[in-house]
Design a protein around this ligand. Structure first.
Ligand code: MN
Length: 501
């Protein structure tokens, strides 16, 4: 069995524009639990109050997966991490320190001996608090083997139960990395027994999945990965890719995972819709085109025998090909039933909000698809908890007058109004909103997409706003009117910025 360690909520969340708030993180964590991941890395508790809270809430709510928190190899980090996760049914402290020469010299400005002692003390402290301790040697793939093995042995002596070998900068090549893993296991025999060797591969050269699989062939027993390959820079190994490779090529790999494959597609959609980071169409396993066939030759062959051009079925990953369409005459039960099938478990109160929204949509749009439902549920859930909510909007635009917008925002029950003028309707709206909420950052990106096909499609506007500290926040708004969706998207991003403080 290969343990699947998901870091969507830690490494993934650290990547530009992927910030999630606590409620969103809990939603993702519960879905990861359903997906059957063995370990959820829920966050990095020392980094902020928000991160601490999110990890703590997840620790209390998730019962099946192990809940892991990240901590640098310093006492304060480890203590705070333990505080955040101690209520989990299976808590894990994950502590790390850089071991490569380049990191020691330039980043840490420490000697190998100093780092070795820090690692020793960190693992010892973590072990005194928690039975399950993972130790990572950051930038391991660029670390000299002798020194790396020395650090690993010390970590094991002090009680580490998992040793993680990260290719932190995505530098490794599959054969080389596989051999590296085999050499480590050869030199540290405990890794053949109780202590699990893990890998954490980055995708800077597009090799994260290949490197993870090479490691498995050479004795690794845990893979760290993220949904949709989310993560710093080029991202982490994609969970869906490593899991499906082990599954589809089961005659080649004897290793298996606990992943419930049917939840893969839902998990991918949820993460993409919450972060606003689209999955590229040709992305392996979960991309929009992953099971689409355009070439006539392929289509013809598929009709004769599916296996001619498909190595797996869309149904395997929970992609429902016969989509049910809802409309005006669909009742609350039908809506709830469909929502559950596409992965949303709503409370009665939430369902009522979504149902109202669904009925409004049915007045404007004949057929309501899963994508529409997903968009309105996420929009409704996100808006519901916001400090600033759009109340009313009156926009004038065209070729005759300067575009202007009159905006009313509900600020925790207090209705505030402002008027803005701009180069276009969106500019005018955003200027009016800034007058109400204040200037919190700079608009970096603005995108409009139609959620489905057709002139009556729901519009999804995604904006990225950079706050004064340089951190990027994503906001999303959904409406049949692109101008309204634009206002909602901007407000959502500002809500996230203000919430983060
Ligand atoms: Mn990483």
């Amino acid at each position: 069995m290969i343990k699947i360690f998901d870091t969507t909520l830690r490494d993934g969340e650290q990547s530009p524009g992927a910030s999630m708030n606590t409620e969103e993180k809990i939603k993702v964590a519960l879905q990861l639990e359903k997906l059957g991941v063995d370990i959820i890395e829920a966050g990095f508790p020392i980094t902020s109050k928000d991160d601490f809270n999110a990890v703590n809430q997840i620790a209390k709510k998730v019962t099946k997966s192990t809940i892991c928190g990240l901590a640098r190899a310093v006492p304060k980090d480890i203590e705070v991490c333990w505080e955040a996760i101690q209520e989990a049914s299976c808590p894990r402290i994950h502590t790390f320190i850089s071991t490569s020469e380049i990191h020691l010299k330039y980043q840490m400005k420490k000697t190998q001996e100093e780092v070795l002692e820090m690692a020793r003390k960190a693992v010892k402290l973590a072990g005194s608090l928690c039975q399950d301790v993972e130790f990572s040697a950051m930038d391991a793939s660029r670390t000299e083997l002798d020194y790396l093995c020395e650090v690993i042995k010390v970590a094991i002596e002090e009680g580490a139960t998992t040793i993680n070998i990260p290719d932190s900068v995505g530098y490794a090549i599959p054969n080389e990395f596989g051999k590296f893993i085999a050499d480590i296991i050869e030199r540290v025999p405990a890794l053949k027994e109780d202590v699990i060797l893990s890998v954490h591969c980055h995708n800077d050269l597009g090799l994260a999945t290949a490197n993870s699989l090479a490691a498995v062939q050479n004795g690794a027993r845990q893979i760290e990965c993220a949904i949709n390959g989310l993560g710093e820079r080029g991202g982490n190994a994609s969970l869906e890719e490593v899991v499906m490779a082990l599954d589809v090529r089961s005659e080649f790999f004897s290793e298996k995972t606990h992943i419930n494959k049917k939840e893969i597609y839902k998990s991918s959609r949820l993460v993409s819709s919450i972060t606003g980071l689209h999955v590229q169409a040709n992305k392996a396993i979960v991309g929009k085109n992953a099971f689409a066939h355009e070439s006539g030759i392929h289509q013809d062959a598929i009709l004769k025998k599916r296996e001619t051009f498909e190595i797996m079925c869309a149904e395997d990953i929970g992609l429902d090909t016969n989509r049910l369409v809802l409309g005006k005459h669909s009742g609350r039960a039908a809506l709830n039933d469909r929502l559950q099938q596409i992965g949303f478990d709503l409370s009665d109160e939430e369902l009522l909000l979504v149902f109202t929204r669904f009925k409004e949509l049915c007045d404007k749009k004949k057929e309501v698809y899963d994508e529409d439902l997903e968009a309105i549920v996420n929009d409704e859930m996100a808006t519901n908890q916001q400090k600033f909510q759009l109340k009313d909007l009156d926009v004038h635009t065209g070729t005759i007058h300067q575009p202007n917008a009159f905006v009313e925002v509900n600020v925790e029950g207090d209705i505030q109004k402002a008027k803005g003028e701009g180069t276009g309707p969106v500019d005018a709206i955003y200027k009016a909103i800034d007058q109400i909420i204040g200037d919190h950052g700079e608009l970096m990106e603005f995108n409009v997409n139609a959620v489905t096909e057709g002139i009556d499609a729901v519009a999804e506007v995604i904006v990225k706003v950079k706050n004064k500290q340089g951190r990027t926040f994503t906001g999303k708004g959904v409406h049949t009117d692109i101008v309204v969706a634009s206002a909602k998207a901007y407000l959502q991003a500002l809500n996230k910025i203000v919430q983060r403080g």
